[in-house]
Ligand binder design. Sequence first.
Ligand SMILES: [Zn+2]
Length: 543
Amino acid sequence: MSHVLVVGIDGATFDLIRPWAREGNLPNLARMMREGAQGLLESTIPPVTSPAWPTFATGKNSGKHGVFDFILPTGAKFELVNATSIQAPTLWQLLSEGGRTAGVMNVPVTDPPTPRNGFIVGGMLSPVGATFTYPANLLDRYASQLGPYRIAPHVQYKQGRAAEFAADLLEMVDRRGAYALQLMADHHCDFLMFHFQATDIAQHALWKYVDPAHPQYDPEAAAAFGPTVRQIYERIDSYIGAMTDRLSDDTTVIVMSDHGFGPLHYVVNLNLLFMDHGLLRLKPGAWTRLRAGLFRAGMTPASIWHLIERAGLQNYVWQVSKSTRNKVVGRFLSFDDVDWSRTLAFSLGHVGQVYINRRDTQPEGIVSNGAEYEAVRQQVVEALGQLKHPITGHPLVDRVLMGDEVAHGPFSSRGPDLHVVMDGFRTIAFPLFAADSRVVTRQIRGDSGCHRLHGIFVAWGAEVRQGVTLEGARIVDLAPTILHLMGLPVPEDMDGRVLDEAIAHARPVQFSSVGPETGKATGLSSEEAAEVEARLHALGYLG
Ligand SMILES: [Zn+2]
């Protein structure tokens, strides 16, 4: 009966790992890929951290666990998701109830932590100051020796701050690696999982320095800052090596990511497109008209932000009051200006998530189910078809997936009604309202990378078949695979399958009837929500 160690590398991609592994920079990953099984790992639609990790943890699609994004939108308002939003049993709950011990560190959407047979350290959505570990004092005794545990980066990426940004991220990796090794030494869990976030953050900001084909590639800057992304992978690789040195022989090691990564070229203000097509309308008030006029004249959150940046005030704005920037942005066009009584569709989310203003899901919904809903969806598809690539003139939209093609289950109506894939994910939607007055624009924040559908899967250990390349593995397959490896039955309502082509001595999969109940969803306090929202803004996920 195997033990399992999972190392989650957020946003890790074989496009970077394979060449670096060949060149000898990632000796531990290279060895695991050579001696184990590997393959692309299909993420969720959208390929976003927040739905992807709960899908990993539950082995179920978003329609069954209820988490579709960082947020749960209801008209003009949205709530942040947390662990209690996950309406399906997690792997750690199933292991714990199956009599196994599980230790989980930093996986997104694991906070607030629930008592388990083992330990939990909350991930990127944990509010600072709140209890983010179980047991509550889990990390206290390490702080004096290792320094305080770190959840989020201290330095936000800006042009001219790349060196400081890089040093901070490398320190965050080291801090997390040191805590991971310490927890491994002190807690002999049957299942262990450690997650590194820095790859995702670095790739968002620095992709243009590792990709000579990127429109913003600059060889001089690339020589200076390109190595940062590789160094982050190298450090994580060395921690993987240190972890595997400490493992028992019956441990299966899985290294995986929640989505892949690639270049970001353009951002689309889908809500502006919808305004142009009469799908989204503003309130008729004079102030709104004035703001809309300013907005059309180019005075937008983005241009205001550029003014602040040019005046050198951004650090002041950011550090003195985290909400100041949002207040500045909020003075201009926002969802508060939307006339919901005349709005049929809106976009919220940073890949291409589109919601129909439905009577049965939105507080001020006007679209009825059935023929009317189908007609509005069709209007949205036609509007999206008008989007053209600014350089090639080709259609920008590759695919529009209907919400019910992507998610099925009791919570499927919480999710987007349509998902838009643009230019192979090189173009994404602006998270909230607008970046500037153009529909298709360069982004405001300096991000040059964004998510891709395919992340990585590598498995290694005595129970893993050597030299296998997996085809068609999905993130939803990992929970059933791990339960099976650990000798536990797979709940039959999981959507994933056991990846038995990767297992050396395949044995029949045992299934169990539906898993245990989950707790009730509870939100954050308003202060906690404001703080986590500010963090998501800083990471670019909320604009
Ligand atoms: Zn991610």
